[in-house]
Each structure stands twice: as C-alpha cells, then as structure tokens.
Ligand binder design. Sequence first.
Ligand code: A2P
Length: 313
Amino acid sequence: MPSHEIKLNTGATIPQIGLGTWRSTDDEEAYNAVVSAVKDAGYLHIDTAAIYGNEVAVGKGIKKAIEFLGGRDKIFVTTKLWGTQQREPKKALQQSLERLGLDYVDLYLIHWPVALKTRNCPNGDLMSIPTNPENPGVRDVDLEGWDFTKTWALMQELPATGMTKAIGVSNFSVNNLKTLYKSPDFKIPPAVNQVECHPLLPQFELLDFCRENNIVLEAYSPLGSAGSPLLKEEVIIELGKKYNVEPAQVCISWGVNRGYVVLPKSVHAERIKSNKVIVEMSKEDIAKIDNIHKTQGIQRFVNPPFEPFPIFE
Ligand code: A2P
C-alpha cells in the first residue's frame, strides 16, 4: 500500500489515519493515548475538538510527540469550533491554541452546521451543551440572525492569521454544503468534511459530492462508536480471518481503501497500534463491506438533537 497520505485542496498533505480523541478524558488517558499513538504506533495525525474538553491533555501529548518527532511540522493537528462560539471563531481558535499549547493547528473545523445560544450555558461555560429551556431535550440552537454561512465567512479569515493552515467543516450534509457553496461571501472551499462514516453508514452520496468538489472526507466513528455491532458483524469477522487482522482493522482498512481519512478512537495502546495497521483489500471484498447495510440497514450512531435545524437529510 502507498504511504497513506492525501492531498488537501490547500496543497498540504494529511495523514490518512488520525487518532480520534472524542470521549478520551482530559488527563493521563488522552495524554497517554496521544504519546503512545505517535511514539509506539507511528501516528502523525491527532484529531480533537474544543467540546471534547481534552485539548489540554491532548496538547501535552502533542508537545511530547513534537519533541520525539523533532518538529511541529511533523504532526498534523485538528481541532473544532464549538457551536456557542460560531459568532467568534477567531477568539475560539485562539482559546483552543492556548489550551493545546500550540502556535497553530493544521486544520480548524466548524464542528456542527448550527450555532448554539450562550444564554443557558451552565456557569457561563461556553464549552458546554446548552439545552433549550422550552424543550430541554433539545440543544439551544441559535437561528436568530445567524447561520453557518456567516460562520464560514469568518472562518475564511483564519488561514491568513497563521493560526490554522486550513479550514473545513464537520457534520455537513450535501444540502448544507450546497447552501454553503451558494452563499454570498463564500470564497474558500472547505478542505475537509468530517462525518460519521462506517460500513453501516457508508455515505456514498456525500463521498461522491466531496470528491467532485475536492473536499477530503474524514470518517469519525469508523468502528461504529462505543459498543459497536460492527465488530460482531459476520462479513467483517470473515474478512478479518481472511486478512489475518482484527474486525476493527477491517473497518478501518475499508475506509482507507476507499480513499479518505479515517479517525479511529482508542485509549488502549494495543488497539491504537493495531488500528494503524492497514491491509489492502480486493475490490470484491470492499464491495462485500459496501453491501452490509443492505441487510443490516443504515445505522447512524451519533445524532444529537439540533431541532428544528436539519443536520442530516
Ligand atoms: P477504547 O478507547 O476503550 O479502546 P470509534 O472510533 O468508531 O468511535 O470507536 C471507538 C470505540 O471503539 C471506543 O469505545 C474504543 O474503545 C473502541 N475501540 C477502538 N479500537 C478498537 C479495537 N481495535 N477493537 C475493539 N474496540 C476498539
């Protein structure tokens, strides 16, 4: 297999496997995961987000990794803008950089395509998930005089500041991407769209759209998230036996073979290591995995309530 790097529309390269850190805690857990990923498993790409609440520990791990690798430019770092700060991405990025202890990130993403109100953030903490007082099960979405096209207009100013090398989006559907592309201030196309993607949510249409528009798709929850049924799926287990790898590696390799970035999360050194070992699959075997959803049904594991905003169609 090739060296597992992809070119972004900025001209930079992005390592195809990155360490996901959602649900890694802001202590030794996240720190150790990052250090072991880089030192023992050869990862050169770490993905975090302001709302994961672990940028401090992830940043300490990255600092250690930079010492080990011999330069900041040897590692690709992504973080994400949380909804409560969509009106001030520059300030939000500055705060993320302070928590991470970095001068810049390689990629900064709008985490979800909808802003959140700040009025009910517990203790005024913007790194929280405010819920709607009239409908407590739902996030307190901010659709008054704001939308993601305005956030993007501000995001476009960030690469010139040097605080991020590239900008992109996350959890954007084809419809929302089309809206973004048609918006009046749209100048810089997103470098990536990071979305849930695994054999039970293969994202054929979105992947085609991203390819046509030179956006790199990044797959989060490539194993189907915590407690995934995918790792017990018959086709996946059979292919694991055939290629002599774990079911998780089958899911990750399928994504790499399809040509996008894959972000498996683990805090266990052995899993972090094995998740990085990719096998080259035959077209027939890739097609077998492509077809699993036809018998098992499409399953989305990450679908937070942002009503009435349409996140996924
Ligand atoms: P842990 O962090 O305890 O290893 P996803 O990347 O799809 O969100 O999946 C992450 C989940 O899968 C986490 O619960 C993670 O747990 C678990 N996981 C990560 N790698 C493996 C693996 N190789 N085998 C089994 N489970 C894994």
